[in-house]
Design a protein around this ligand. Structure first.
Ligand code: FNR
Length: 324
């Protein structure tokens, strides 16, 4: 029997199938005459102001159990091999119980590159600073997961402090900060409020991949699937922000393959996060996982040739249509 909440999240996330999602409704214009070689393609971009070699990162997942420690060890080794940013799972458990710090610290032990802390908006500025110090991280993600909390029997019910905590953290912390959703997508209203709180970067993390409504429904044995009605597909969350100029926008949620990455970048994301895709790699040997990521990078370059663009910035010029 699985006892730990973190282990349940991992187990139920593994069980979810790969979904058909709105990335399939996005069609990019191609060319048969790209006028360049695959060697000319430059996949570099920026994440939270840092230069990164590829336009994708390992997105927030776990910490706080033995299984989570193993996953963080595996993924941090992979992140280090490719110099990918890695966003940690919520460090809340280790702030409450220091014996779980090692399940997060293991990532810093193996990864010399960008490591991003993860907290929820109940965290005060002091606690957020502790989360950063714990792993000597290069940035901070604050996850907003209202519907997940409400779908959990043991979840939060009082959200009065969220705005003030976000504002205080964003204006006083020394590392770059962004706010992320957890797979239900960020509404335009949420984004407008975050901007007023001083937030400069977001990950829309929309519907289309891992569903925490489904995971929490499974855990609590209560069907909350009707709450998916509030979820926003990643593609739609990005389209809603098409005219946004002040924020750095990152995307995640339902990224299944290199084409989804290119589509998200074309729709305005600066870099793209994958959780489930990397979670599945943890079942392989490190050698096989490295091969999969290498193939992923090569395939990103192939798609850049198909759309005839040499670098990530140029993707913004790709013409596209979206089926409604
Ligand atoms: C998550 N996610 C997540 N996000 C976060 O900010 N803090 C967290 O602790 C977790 N925990 C977590 C556990 C597991 C097992 C999974 C699969 C995911 C959410 C994650 O970062 C992302 O927003 C969603 O999973 C959507 O992306 P994918 O899975 O569709 O690529």
């Amino acid at each position: 029997m699985i006892k730990n909440r973190k282990d349940e999240h991992i187990a139920f996330a593994f069980k979810q199938g790969i979904r058909i999602n709105r990335f399939d409704d996005v069609f990019l214009e191609s060319t048969d005459l790209p006028e360049m070689s695959i060697e000319d393609i430059d996949l570099s971009t920026t994440f939270l102001g840092y230069d990164i070699p590829y336009p994708f990162y390992i997105n927030a997942m776990t910490g706080g159990s033995l299984k989570a420690t193993e996953i963080n060890e595996f993924l941090s080794k992979l992140a280090n091999h490719f110099n990918l940013p890695m966003v940690l799972g919520s460090q809340s458990i280790a702030i409450k119980d220091a014996s779980w710090e090692s399940s997060f610290k293991v990532a810093r032990k193996h990864h010399n590159g960008l490591l991003i802390s993860n907290v929820n908006p109940n965290f005060t500025l002091e606690q957020a600073k502790k989360a950063i110090q714990m792993v000597d991280s290069n940035g901070l993600s604050i996850h907003i997961n209202l519907i997940q909390e409400l779908s959990m029997a043991e979840g939060d019910r009082d959200f009065r402090l969220w705005n003030d905590n976000i504002k205080n953290i964003v204006s006083n912390i020394q590392v770059p900060v962004y706010v992320k959703q957890v797979g239900q997508g960020m509404s335009l209203q949420t984004v407008q409020k975050l901007k007023k709180l001083g937030v400069k970067a977001i990950d829309v993390s929309g519907k289309g991949g891992t569903s925490f409504i489904e995971i929490e429904s499974n855990r609590s044995k209560t069907d909350y699937s009707y709450l998916e009605s509030f979820s926003i597909e990643t593609v739609d969350a990005l389209l809603n922000l098409k005219d946004e100029t002040e924020l750095d926008i990152y995307a995640s949620g339902g990224i299944r393959n290199p084409l989804d990455v290119i589509k998200a970048l074309t729709l305005g994301a600066k870099a793209v996060g994958l959780s489930k895709w990397f979670l599945l790699l943890t079942e392989l040997s490190m050698e096989e996982a490295i091969q999969r990521v290498e193939q992923f990078i090569t395939d990103l370059k192939k798609i850049m040739l198909i759309v005839g663009k040499q670098n990530i910035k140029a993707l913004k010029e790709v013409k596209y249509t979206v089926k409604s």
